[in-house]
Design a protein around this ligand. Structure first.
Ligand SMILES: [Mg+2]
Length: 332
């Protein structure tokens, strides 16, 4: 989330019951390039805050309805998408009052009547902290992406399957939807490495994933490297019949891709084992292990029958599907 605008200003929520002070505060902050929304008490500020996130809140202490301390506590107890820097404006400057304000969750305080250069300097401090928070969040997000990505093909990795697949299964069961897995494997991949070298092998893997990514639904389906030259495609809202058609299209596309290494052209083929269920027709609890296992059995069957083919089955029905030579779906 980008919390500050292109000019480097931040959205600031001001709560101050004195109209003159409120106006001066607003003007001071606007000249610094910030977007300022001002209200006359803590209650209005908090209602607004619940609707829209403000990274900076500048609040008076003494206000009707909800005072600055109560606003502070309410903001701290509210779930927010980022850190909120709260500055309390106060004419109370005894050590005890300052401690009370900071204990309520304020990050800083400014004495009233406020001195504009001091207020601007305090806001600059809080901007530095918010910028730091933003860069930490970005770094964390990058680490998270790296931890779930296969470095070569840039699809998800096996760790991601273990984490995400059970969630997909639970979701499909809860909403009585279909779900399918396609376990696919590049045929005779070792031969590619042995004949053309590992760089060519890497290129094949990268292009294989690219072809798959081009044919799956961007927001819904996903692909992960299961191991070596085996990949798992997860197709929510799709039964094994639909997955079979999709995989057959993929098999066909991949077999037509031409690879050129050191001016030598070659083709690859691939095999697809599919498993899936439609939880609208069954109350059975299905595990990731069972679903992957059934897909793996179908993949193994493809290999036995000569590779370059697609086989599918339901995990909760005794039906197997395959493409015959006329490219139609038949019960085995
Ligand atoms: Mg007041």
């Amino acid at each position: 989330m980008n919390i500050n605008d292109a000019n480097g200003g931040f959205p600031i929520l001001v709560a101050e019951d004195d109209p003159v002070a409120r106006k001066i505060l607003k003007r001071t902050l606007i000249t610094e390039g910030h977007e300022v929304v001002s209200v006359e008490n803590g209650r209005k500020a908090f209602d607004l805050f619940k609707e829209r996130f403000f990274p900076i809140i500048l609040t008076d202490w003494m206000m009707p309805e909800m005072n600055g301390l109560e606003l502070c506590r309410a903001v701290r107890n509210h779930q927010t998408s980022g850190y909120v820097f709260v500055i309390i404006l106060t004419s109370k400057d005894s050590k005890k009052d300052i401690v009370t304000g900071l204990t309520a969750g304020a990050d800083d305080y400014v004495n009233k009547p406020f001195n504009p250069p001091e207020l601007k300097a305090r806001i600059k401090t809080c901007m530095r902290i918010l910028e730091l928070e933003r860069s930490l969040k970005k770094a964390n997000e990058n680490i998270r992406i790296l931890s779930i990505t296969d470095p070569l093909t840039k699809c998800y990795n096996r760790g991601y399957i273990m984490d995400r697949l059970p969630q997909e299964i639970n979701r499909a069961i809860r909403y009585e939807r279909a779900l399918s897995l396609v376990l696919c494997d590049i045929d005779h991949f070792k031969k590619v490495n042995d004949t053309y070298g590992h760089q060519a092998g890497d290129k094949v893997l990268i292009e294989f994933v690219y072809s798959i990514k081009q044919s799956i639904r961007q927001e819904l389906d996903w692909i992960a490297r299961y191991g070596g030259e085996e990949f798992l495609i997860v197709l929510p809202e799709t039964g094994p019949e639909g997955a079979l058609i999709m995989a057959e299209r993929l098999r066909n596309t991949i077999s037509k891709n031409k690879f050129i290494v050191h001016e030598k052209a070659f083709h690859i083929t691939s095999s697809f084992g599919i498993s899936g269920f439609d939880s609208a027709s069954s109350d059975e609890i299905i595990s990731s292990e069972v679903l992957i296992n059934v897909a793996d059995q179908h993949l193994y069957q493809c290999k036995l029958e000569g590779r370059n083919r697609v086989k599918a089955g339901f995990v909760n029905k005794d039906i197997s599907l395959t493409f015959n030579d006329k490219r139609s779906i038949t019960d085995e």
